[in-house]
Design a protein around this ligand. Sequence first.
Ligand SMILES: NC(=O)c1ccc[n+]([C@@H]2O[C@H](COP(=O)([O-])OP(=O)(O)OC[C@H]3O[C@@H](n4cnc5c(N)ncnc54)[C@H](OP(=O)(O)O)[C@@H]3O)[C@@H](O)[C@H]2O)c1
Length: 275
Amino acid sequence: MFLVTGATGNVGRQVVELLLDAGARVRALSRRPETAGLPDGVEVVAGDLQRPESAGSALEGVQGLFLFPAPGGLDGFLRAAKKAGAERVVLLSASAVGSEEAGPLGRAHAECERAVRASELPWTVLRPGAFMVNDLRWAPAVRGDGVVRAPFGRAVTSPIDERDIAAVATRALLDDAHTGATLELSGPQALTPVERVRILGEVLGRELRFEEQSPEQARAEWTKHAPAEIVDGSLSLYASLVDAESPVLDTVERVTGRPPTRYAQWAARHAADFV
Ligand SMILES: NC(=O)c1ccc[n+]([C@@H]2O[C@H](COP(=O)([O-])OP(=O)(O)OC[C@H]3O[C@@H](n4cnc5c(N)ncnc54)[C@H](OP(=O)(O)O)[C@@H]3O)[C@@H](O)[C@H]2O)c1
């Protein structure tokens, strides 16, 4: 039995699917199990990682654990997992772990990694960079006037498909070759927002235009959906990436045996989300 936390999220949902495809039994933890919308065959249980006492029975009989990085209660949750006989934990972390620019986000990931390393459970840490799925935030603009407004049009990242992160997580859960490894993950291309908008337009067959926002404009918009200190961390991280080199890593291919998804392939798979 595998317990997937963050199972209703971008990465966790894909981990659930891939574990089911591999024939594994899957339990999913959610703070709102009634709206989880997970596939048949998944046992959905209520629990909150920040309140480890709420997750007791979720850990029964669990052999492997996919851990969403919710800081604040992981030490207790991992102690309970060890006591329940868990044999392996795979943590979703971030390449920005501990980075000064990322501020509180970087510190939160550092805290989660520390908890996992201190847990006495065999662990694997995944450190992806920017997710391709972040670009779904452009969908309303694409559906509307076709003008995508975002800050730092020349910030370079190597965005990764959420499914590729999940594929690496699934391998690390099913096979102990990655125990004790901290896996830095990227997609296959270094791209700026300007280039991503161009590729998206080509895939959708739409004329899209990129319009650069000032950091202040972006801040005003993003703080409607996320805490100000997280937004500030993201903005200073993107500012530091303008005209930077962004590494393209072979980890996804090394672990899964197939190359990571290119941005155009990701966009084609998500085309319906943009129309
Ligand atoms: N976006 C990026 O570019 C990027 C890059 C690198 C790393 N990351 C990291 O990746 C993580 C986001 O992953 P994602 O996009 O897959 O997540 P997501 O789509 O934002 O979903 C969050 C999930 O976590 C669950 N969750 C949140 N707090 C919880 C808690 N206290 N207890 C139990 N479950 C909890 C939620 O489930 P319920 O609501 O069902 O409980 C939800 O399924 C963040 O930590 C982020 O820093 C993101």
